[in-house]
Design a protein around this ligand. Structure first.
Ligand SMILES: Nc1ncnc2c1ncn2[C@@H]1O[C@H](COP(=O)(O)OP(=O)(O)OP(=O)(O)O)[C@@H](O)[C@H]1O
Length: 259
């Protein structure tokens, strides 16, 4: 029996008069890849923010490995094993690729600022360890040969993969990917899909928000569909693709398939 990793239970999110999420419930098993789709404004990013700890929900519960986390600050959730990437690229363009990934290691290390400034032996050892972990992540994602170059010189697809590598540096058990192929040229999409499969093969569960339907259907065995903050369908790709409410929601929103 697979472990229940994430339980979203009747989660609501209200911004003033706007109900962005309405009593939304779903679960995610450890080690699974799950898609979260829905037209613009359906509530996908709001849900990511609730799970990652940007905003507490106005109702309901989020449990991670059985523990209620909906009131925990974001940094504590990272330590528990929840990592995310963002819709808009957030890399440090002037740092090297390796240094960008090392930034993601900080949640796992505890050397203080003074230790860092004084470059104590402990701090130097931590830094060497971070370098090794960061390099391992780049190797896993097929980016080790770019470790020393400036992140600003990467292609857009590589930069999106770099963000995934940085999120992995904290050794998450759940990775939230917010539109990993938005804006990625067609020729690089398969590379990002391959990276996501590799990450998942290492045991990391993935919750994937993406508008590119072919990409989602190719990666996810199970998909949850939101519209106007409510879950309108969930199931395997076939169930979701043929569900009348899903077809109606997408037709109404003029969604297009990018791939
Ligand atoms: N901080 C906020 N304050 C007020 N309203 C918000 C806030 N964040 C989101 N919303 C509203 O909540 C609703 C859901 O937005 P959300 O960004 O979660 O949708 P989405 O499914 O991620 O859309 P997209 O696919 O376009 O990214 C929208 O109506 C949005 O305008």
């Amino acid at each position: 029996m697979p472990e229940m990793l994430l339980e979203v239970e009747r989660v609501s999110m209200r911004f003033g008069g706007l109900q962005a999420l309405a009593e939304l419930s779903f679960v995610q098993q450890a080690g699974s890849i799950q898609g979260l789709i829905g037209p613009n404004g359906a509530g996908k990013s709001t849900l990511f923010n609730v799970i990652a700890g940007v905003n507490p929900p106005t109702g309901g519960h989020v449990r991670f490995r059985g523990q209620a986390i909906e009131r925990l600050p974001a940094y504590q959730r990272i330590r528990l094993g929840i990592a995310r990437t963002f819709q808009n690229l957030q890399i440090f363009r002037d740092l090297t690729v390796l240094e960008n990934v090392m930034v993601g290691c900080h949640s796992r290390f505890h050397g203080g600022m003074f230790a860092a400034m004084l470059r104590t032996p402990r701090m130097r050892a931590e830094e060497a360890r971070m370098r090794d972990i960061a390099y391992d992540k780049l190797e896993l994602l097929g980016m080790a040969h770019k470790a020393g170059i400036q992140a600003g010189a990467l292609s857009f697809g590589e930069a999106k993969i770099l963000e995934i590598a940085r999120a992995l540096a904290g050794e998450p058990t759940l990775l939230l990917l917010d539109e990993p192929v938005a804006g990625v040229p067609h020729g690089e999409v398969a590379q990002v899909a391959d990276v996501i499969r590799r990450v998942n093969a290492q045991g990391t569960a993935i919750l994937l928000v993406e508008h590119n339907m072919r990409f989602v259907m190719g990666l996810c065995a199970h998909i949850v569909v939101l519209n106007h903050g409510c879950k309108i369908a969930e199931g395997d790709t076939r169930t979701v693709r043929t569900h009348p409410d899903v077809l109606r929601a997408y037709l109404g929103a003029e969604e297009t398939e990018h791939a």
